[in-house]
Design a binder for this molecule. Structure first.
Ligand code: DGY
Length: 341
C-alpha cells in the first residue's frame, strides 16, 4: 500500500507560485480566502496535519496544539513570532521557524518613512488639502520638525534598528539607542550609535522609533510615565508591536501637547484601532505594512516555505530549516522576538 504523504495547512492565501513548491512533497490544505481563524478552527486544522504555514494572524498556543498529534512544524511568515507560544511548541517537540533578514531593509525603509511623515505632518497636510482647506501658501501653516541634524532614539537595536541607524547617517542625525544588551563597540562604531539608558533615550530623542520585540517585559513599556519623560516637541514611531505602547496614554499626550506627533503601523488590538487615536490629527496610522513591499512579502513566503519543507525532513535542507526559532535566539539582538516583537 502506498505510504500517505505528509499533510500541511496553509492558513491564508499567500503567493500561489511560491506555495506551489509545497505540493512536490506534501498534500496541501490551502485556505482559499483571507480568513480570521478562531482558536477552535486553528485547533481543528492543526489536528489533521504534519506541518503548517501560518501568519501573524494565527495565534498558536497550548490549546490549539493539544490534539495535534501529528504536528511537527510551524513555519511563521513573519519575523515577529509573539503569535506563537514557543514554550508550548518546544515542549511538544514541534519545530517553529520565522522569516528574519529578508524583511530588514524594507521594514527599516518604512520606519524611516513613518518617522518623516510624523515629523513633517505629511498625512495631516494631505487631509487638509483634500478637504479643500488650503487657502494658498501659508508661511506658518503645518510647520513640522526637521529630521536632519536631530537626535534619533532607537529602542531595540536588532537588525531593523540597525537598518534605521544606517539610514539616519544620511540625514546627519545623532543616533542614540537602548537595547537589552549593549552592542559590541565595533557595531556601535559602524552605525555611529551611542548606547544610553532608557530614560536618557526618552529625554534626548527628537524622534523615537520602537523596534523592540514584544513580550511581557516590553508590554506598555512606553506608558504615561515614559511619555512624560519625552520632549513635547518629539515624535514617536512604532513599527514593532502595538502592545509596546499604552495607546490611551499616547492619545492623551498627543491631544494635550505633551508630544508633537506619532506614527503607528501596529496596534494593540489590531485590526481594531482605538477611536482615541483615530480622532487625532497629529498621528500617522498605517495598517501593519512595514514589511509590505511585493518583493519582500514574496521573500518572506519563500523563506517560510523553505523552512517548512526542511523542518518536515525533506528537500535539500532536510532537518535543517534555514531559520528555526531556537530558545537561544531569545537572548540575541533580534528586533522582534517573542516575549518581547
Ligand atoms: C513581522 O514580520 O513581524 C512583521 O511585523 C510583519 O510585517
Amino acid at each position: 500500500m502506498a505510504e500517505s504523504r505528509p499533510k500541511v495547512w496553509v492558513s491564508q492565501p499567500l503567493f500561489d507560485d511560491i506555495v506551489e513548491r509545497l505540493h512536490a512533497h506534501f498534500d496541501v490544505v490551502q485556505v482559499p480566502d483571507v480568513s480570521e481563524h478562531d482558536a477552535a478552527a486553528i485547533a481543528a486544522a492543526l489536528r489533521e496535519v504534519d506541518g503548517a504555514l501560518v501568519t501573524l494572524n494565527e495565534r498558536i498556543g497550548r490549546d490549539e496544539i493539544a490534539d495535534a498529534a501529528k504536528l511537527r512544524a510551524i513555519a511563521n511568515v513573519g519575523v515577529g513570532y509573539n503569535n506563537l507560544d514557543i514554550d508550548a511548541l518546544q515542549a511538544r517537540g514541534i519545530v517553529a521557524t520565522n522569516t528574519p533578514d529578508v524583511l530588514t531593509e524594507t521594514t527599516a525603509d518604512f520606519g524611516f518613512a513613518l518617522m518623516m511623515a510624523a515629523a513633517r505632518r505629511v498625512t495631516e497636510a494631505e487631509r487638509h488639502l483634500r478637504a479643500g482647506q488650503w487657502q494658498g501658501w501659508n508661511f506658518k501653516g503645518l510647520l513640522g520638525a526637521d529630521l536632519h541634524g536631530s537626535t534619533l532614539g532607537i529602542l531595540g537595536m536588532g537588525r531593523i534598528g540597525q537598518g534605521i541607524a544606517k539610514r539616519a547617517s544620511g540625514f546627519d542625525m545623532r543616533v542614540l539607542y537602548h537595547n537589552r544588551s549593549r552592542l559590541p563597540a565595533e557595531v556601535e562604531r559602524a552605525f555611529n550609535a551611542t548606547y544610553v539608558d532608557f530614560d536618557t533615550l526618552l529625554a534626548q530623542a527628537d524622534h523615537l522609533v520602537l523596534v523592540l520585540p514584544y513580550s511581557a517585559a516590553s508590554h506598555h513599556i512606553v506608558d504615561a510615565a515614559a511619555l512624560a519623560k519625552m520632549q513635547p516637541t518629539a515624535t514617536l514611531t512604532n513599527i514593532a508591536r502595538g502592545g509596546i505602547v499604552d495607546e490611551a496614554a499616547l492619545a492623551d499626550a498627543l491631544a494635550n501637547g505633551r508630544l508633537a506627533s506619532a506614527a503607528l503601523d501596529v496596534f494593540e488590538g489590531e485590526p481594531a484601532v482605538d477611536p482615541c487615536l483615530l480622532a487625532l490629527d497629529n498621528i500617522v496610522l498605517t495598517p501593519h505594512i512595514a514589511s509590505g513591499s511585493l518583493a519582500t512579502r514574496r521573500a518572506m513566503v519563500a523563506l517560510a516555505v523553505d523552512n517548512l519543507i526542511a523542518a518536515l525532513g525533506v528537500g535539500p535542507d532536510a532537518g535543517r530549516p534555514p531559520s528555526p526559532i531556537a530558545p537561544a535566539k531569545q537572548d540575541d539582538n533580534d528586533a522582534k522576538r517573542p516575549g518581547t516583537a
